[in-house]
Write a protein that binds this ligand. Structure first.
Ligand SMILES: C[S@@+](CC[C@H](N)C(=O)[O-])C[C@H]1O[C@@H](n2cnc3c(N)ncnc32)[C@H](O)[C@@H]1O
Length: 275
């Protein structure tokens, strides 16, 4: 979609060159325009829509947890797809930022890393097992690359740990990671406890962003077996596209077209905003 009209932003006092570029990019981004028109809270909503179109994850009646939910795009999509209503809410979201109410979604304003967050999420869904744990969490960057990398990896690990506790058999874990940033141990854990794992980069995820999503389907239950034996296999399976099921190959969605600078590791330019 291209309107042909490029919006230019005048320099304003106090606006840095990078925030000026970001604003210009937002105003000219067809997904941003489309999200406004179609009533989604964020352009990120299309990432979940596209992933769901491909993998058919969200079905009526399923229970969903949305980690890092603000401003609410993914929760909106999930609520619509699972037919969640205010009378029978099937979606619970959490973010330390405030989120305007979404019909059919229970929203907790809380840090997911708080000790009591997992119980609060489960309690919000009446103690039932969950069909999908989604995480689009990204922490604000500090500018110190190793610290930022560790924080992102940590968020994903805690999310995966939570997913293993709350998912029903056959459940799905979908989480934002960064290229080069998914740790072998995490992948080995996922490989052991899920029938299939892969990385996906939906078209709505900007090519220049190092963001990817790890998708683990077919939860088999938490195993306490040591992960060491699975470690190498898991890492290879995730890295080598040709060893994955065709529907999980990243190149289908152009992840391999990412700039080389993004391929080696996490990129500190990727802010915790809506990439
Ligand atoms: C990219 S945004 C999510 C966008 C969302 N999926 C949507 O469609 O609107 C990432 C969110 O993760 C949240 N986040 C990061 N760390 C978190 C934590 N420890 N607990 C709760 N939320 C967190 C941030 O506040 C931010 O709102």
């Amino acid at each position: 979609m291209n309107t042909g009209l490029k919006v230019r932003v005048k320099t304003a006092r106090g606006r840095t060159a990078s925030s000026q570029r970001w604003l210009e990019r937002q105003l000219n981004d067809p997904y941003v325009v489309k999200a406004k028109r179609e009533g989604w809270r964020s352009r990120a909503a299309y990432k979940l829509i596209e992933i769901d179109e491909k993998f058919k994850l969200l079905k009526p009646g399923q229970r969903v947890v949305d980690l890092g939910a603000a401003p609410g795009g993914w929760s909106q999509v999930a609520a619509r797809k699972v037919h969640s209503t205010p009378d029978r809410p099937l979606v619970v979201g959490i973010d330390y930022l405030e989120v305007d109410a979404i019909p059919g979604v229970i929203m907790l304003q809380k840090d997911f890393l708080d000790d009591d967050a997992p119980d609060a999420l489960v309690a919000a869904l009446g103690g039932h097992k969950v069909d999908l744990v989604l995480s689009d969490m990204a922490a604000p960057t500090t500018g110190h690359t190793p610290t930022d990398h560790l924080r992102i990896v940590h968020l994903c690990e805690v999310a995966a740990e939570f997913a293993r506790d709350v998912l029903a058999p056959g459940g799905v874990f979908l989480a934002k990671v960064f290229r080069g940033g998914t740790e072998h141990t995490l992948l080995a854990d996922l490989k052991r406890d899920f029938a299939s794992i892969g990385h996906v980069k939906p078209p709505a995820s900007r090519q220049e962003s190092p963001e990817l999503y790890v998708i683990a389907r077919g939860f088999r239950g938490r195993s306490e077996a040591p992960v060491e034996a699975a470690d190498e296999t898991a890492a290879t399976t995730m890295v080598a596209d040709d060893e994955r099921p065709a529907d999980a190959r990243t190149e289908d969605w152009g992840a391999e077209d990412m700039p080389a600078e993004d391929a080696g590791g996490w990129d500190p330019r990727a802010k915790a905003r809506d990439d």
